[in-house]
Design a protein around this ligand. Sequence first.
Ligand code: CO
Ligand code: ZN
Length: 332
Amino acid sequence: MKELLTRLCGAFGPAGAEGPVRDMIKEETAPYSDEQAVDNLGNLVITRSGSGDKTILVAAHMDEIGLMVTYIDENGFLRFTNVGGVFTKLLTGKRVVFQNGAVGVIGQEKLKDSGELDLSKLYIDIGAASRDEARKKVNIGDMAVFYSPLGMSGENRVTAKALDNRTGCAVLVEALKKMPSEPAHRIHFVFTVQEEVGLRGARPASYHLKPDYGLGVDVTRVGDTPEPEYKLDVSLGKGPAVKIKDTSIICHPRVTSLMIQTAENNKIPYQLEVLERGGTDAGAIHLSREGIPSGVLSIPCRYIHTPAEMVDLEDLDNAVLFLLRLLEEKWE
Ligand code: CO
Ligand code: ZN
């Protein structure tokens, strides 16, 4: 799991430019797929045909947050906008990398008071001395992601960029490898695009695949750090969470109760999650077609949308087990 996660987190894949991470997942899962397809928007759909008559769509977004170049000044400094939710106050001094490998550092203009910091006061320095030199490496519209490889923290915890949501991708890949040769249902594992800019890839994928049920796998916030912003009864290392609600979905009671039953019956540690701010692919899936009863399996994660997100590897192993057992349930 750690080795797979290291590679997935290291792959480039901001919203709208998921090619490199998609290729990696495609290659990794090829031996375990009955069918692989990439749809019009770039979602990767991996299908396993099953014995039952139900179709279940399991979605994990493969995109990550990033920065997009808006303007290059005469001295070679790049101005940028955000792609997805980045914290302006955490950007200064961080390194970013473009798809071609160009590494830059984020600098900040002098401020009269620190309250006035916004993206317009920041720039990326890629070491170019002029606009022409910068243009040789980077163009308007190019995207960069945090330059922050995975490292171990303690016995079981890792930090890296893009654990939101390469964690979910890794759980799906591992589950796929361990799935019975003929699963109980027809399963579509969908690695979606553009979740970070508004759950965009999941919508057409869900429309196209017409599932009976939808399940999202994504990271969620925790309430176990010093003075968290919101009271949230989710901790790192206490098992995956069964989402009850976030701002994109109220999970279908049939799905949440099946999830809770499955965890209880198999003695898999789990937590209940009510997230006051944030959404995920299931938000788009459950509103497609005539409505698709959906739920979410969440992985607790600290410091979401920073260059150093943190997850507990044991939560990931439990999430794989949870997903495998869940997909073998009856889903009536
Ligand atoms: Co996110
Ligand atoms: Zn996410």
